[in-house]
Design a protein around this ligand. Structure first.
Ligand code: FDP
Length: 339
């Protein structure tokens, strides 16, 4: 029998990567297994969402002032329950909770912190469009028993692992532990994530741009000039670019990782309360930036690497431009020139 016939599951993949690091304790393997388990539970619920009473709003608003969907709530509970009791973490944070989340008593504290967007792209839930989970894992920096905010508020450069799960035409887990980016597709018949995309590399230059263009009047001059430029006819440089925007960060980034191009959520003047754009640093931009760089791409705030931003707030937002190196450098040039 060959690996090709049976497939390599996530556990074996992580185990084999771990063997390349003699000092590894196996804790990261345990973490990724628990994340995969939680993702399977959420995937099961997403797949039958139209059939059971789980579509729609809870009637509450989250810390960001956004309407909470029932599936948002469910995914948040599943991930916190499973990860909180895994013994691997000292503290957690999610998009749904204003403050850091302590690990429940009686389950031990581990050497890591985790920040999560349990269900990203919530506005797409009710219309059966891809949604996802994003996770980022840092090694704890505090001492003592319980972890604290400092364990979470670390630059993306110090991540030890990050990834996402996309619940789409199939459920995929894409992650990196600092050795490239690898993708695993859930085989529902055996209930395992099987390796399907080894060492994902982002093409150096893309053909598509991905942005909510309805926000055009609210962008800076640099961003508007860049988008106008992408739409000009210039076959030698591959323009005009095609447009692709799902409005679900995980799905848009998944396409960008596999096919190249650029995904953007710039700062805009639409909402004075969100002058830095919409996407959150800790559990959206940092982990996606980590994956981009691990796949040979780039991720920028427009003025520097996202991974170099030191967080000052748990739910901080940053402008985000990520994907093919050529395209990210080009938007940076426009921003430097016009803004
Ligand atoms: P959503 O509001 O549906 O949860 O950060 C959340 C997010 O989706 C991202 O997944 C997505 O890229 C972005 O917001 C979409 O925002 P716009 O609706 O403003 O385009």
């Amino acid at each position: 029998m060959t690996d090709k016939k049976i497939g390599i599951n996530l556990t074996r993949h992580i185990y084999e990567k771990q063997k390349e690091h003699p000092g590894a304790t196996g804790e990261l393997t345990g973490i990724l297994n628990q994340l995969a388990f939680a993702a399977k539970i959420v995937s099961r619920e997403v797949n039958k969402a139209g059939l059971v009473e789980i579509l729609g709003l809870t009637g509450e608003k989250n810390v960001q002032g956004e309407e909470v969907q029932k599936l948002d709530d469910f995914a948040n509970e599943v991930f916190l329950h499973i990860l909180g009791k895994s013994g691997h973490f000292c503290v957690m944070a999610t998009e749904e909770d204003a403050d850091i989340i302590p690990v429940p008593n009686g389950y031990g504290r581990g050497h890591y912190s985790v920040a999560l967007d349990p269900l990203d792209g919530s506005s797409n839930i009710d219309v059966n469009v891809n949604i996802g989970t994003i996770f980022s894992i840092h090694r704890r920096v505090s001492e003592g028993d319980d972890g604290c905010g400092a364990d979470l508020m670390q630059p993306g450069r110090d991540l030890v692992a990050a990834g996402y799960v996309v619940y789409g035409s199939s459920t995929m887990l894409v992650m990196s532990t600092g050795n490239g980016v690898h993708g695993f597709t859930l085989d529902p018949s055996v209930g395992e994530f099987l390796e399907s995309h080894t060492d994902i590399r982002i093409p150096e230059k893309g053909k598509t741009y991905s942005i909510n263009e309805g926000n055009y009047p609210y962008w800076s001059t640099g961003v508007r000039e860049y988008i106008d430029y992408l739409k000009q006819k210039n076959p030698e440089s591959g323009r005009p670019y095609g447009a692709r925007y799902i409005g679900s960060m995980v799905a848009d980034m998944h396409r960008t990782l596999l096919k190249g191009g650029i995904f953007m959520y710039p700062a805009d003047l639409k909402d004075p309360e969100k002058p830095q754009g919409k996407l959150r640093l800790l559990y959206e931009c940092s982990p996606m930036a980590y994956l981009c760089e691990q796949a040979g791409g780039a991720a920028s705030t427009g003025r520097g690497a996202v991974l170099d931003v030191t967080p000052v707030d748990l739910h901080q937002r940053v402008p985000f431009f990520a994907g093919s190196v050529h395209d990210v450098r080009e938007v940076e040039e426009f921003i430097a020139k016009y803004d």
